[in-house]
Design a protein around this ligand. Sequence first.
Ligand code: GUN
Ligand code: ZN
Length: 439
Amino acid sequence: MKKNPVVWRASTLHFLDDPARTPTKDAVEFHEDGAVVVDDGHILAAGAYQSIAKHLPAACETYHLPGKLLIPGFVDTHVHYPQLGMTGACGEQLIQWLERYTFPAEAAFDSPDYAREVARFFLDQCLAHGTTTALVFGAVFPESVTAFFEAASERQLRMIAGKVMMDRNAPDYLLDTATTSYEESQQLIRHWHGKNRLAYAVTPRFAPTSTPNQLKAARRLLDEFDGLYLHTHLAENLKEVAWTHKLYPDSQNYLDVYDQYGLLGSRSFFAHAIHLCEASWQRLADTGSSLSFCPSANLFLGSGLFDFQKASSLNINIGLGTDIGAGTSLCQLESMKSAYQVCQLQGTSLSPLSAFYLATLGGARALGLSDKIGSFTPGNEADFLILNPRATPLLAFRMKQAKTLEERLGIMMTLGDDRLIENTVIMGETWQKKTGEYK
Ligand code: GUN
Ligand code: ZN
């Protein structure tokens, strides 16, 4: 039997546009006493409670949550689920960190049982930390991606993932070949892409671990199926950049390796993009490619500072990524704080409005999903967060001094973490943080 619509009454915040490009009054919709009406898992209406109340359908239930803030779920545009168990592995920079910690950790994902256990835990942790959609690296084993998509389906989540393609420069136990990576990805795509709320990302790890033949295979997959994503790493670390030049001497620069194999475009996501030449910046802009800004990972591995100002000035699509296990938290509030710090170190300030935009509508737009998630626009899927801006004594104390919305958001991203996420709503159903189940 179809349920009646539900009215969620609390403060509400979402974005209609990028606040860095559009006047605040047109980009930001905030209501101190707001409402989001959900019908059949989708947004029916959102706005000021008083005006919504005049047009409410008959027989709808109201959940009144005074003092709480509803915002669209966070979108994480770069994260490795098999690396959750090695977060905080200290002492190395990128290449040695991969060899010493990452590759051994990913080896365990040849076991479907272990992959299932970690995939479930990872997705429950995403929900507890406020992430409702993510672009996710699996491991090289196709079973790892099957386990992930099964766990995402069980939770009705909108998720994008792919099997790592990696046919050189890694331990033997983790290598595939151009042919097996093509065939295994193809099978996963046939089974999962477009099913439920899932989509597939063709996922060559990064240029140094793929032969030219494997990058060709990646391109072939993109040609064969509609709506796939391409997800990889780009110019994160200076030694990685030098190594890539050695392995691909005919390429003009790191990005050009991917470009030569036809891997740039509006559904392509490049994580990091720290050490880029002017020609690469321009080419990313010209091809409509997207970047994942992963500030906590860049600080943790000491990789460098992403030039957010440059990317924005070129109108490049940017999403925010936690990049667990190099990142230091699954919570995008903490990514926002690190993003703010990375910008400060380069002499620019990321406004709290821009940070919240990046983690919600910005990420959704970069993924081409803003007609489904990222805002309270009617018709969108009802994935949102119930935040408690006074979740800790210090937050409550500090909030008393805040006068404007922008100040409150600045405090949330500076002092906040997953304790602010009271509950997470997926397709209108509340995922209870306490029980780890839908109500
Ligand atoms: N570059 C290639 N693989 C990885 C990875 O797993 N994490 C990060 N941060 N960078 C990479
Ligand atoms: Zn990564």
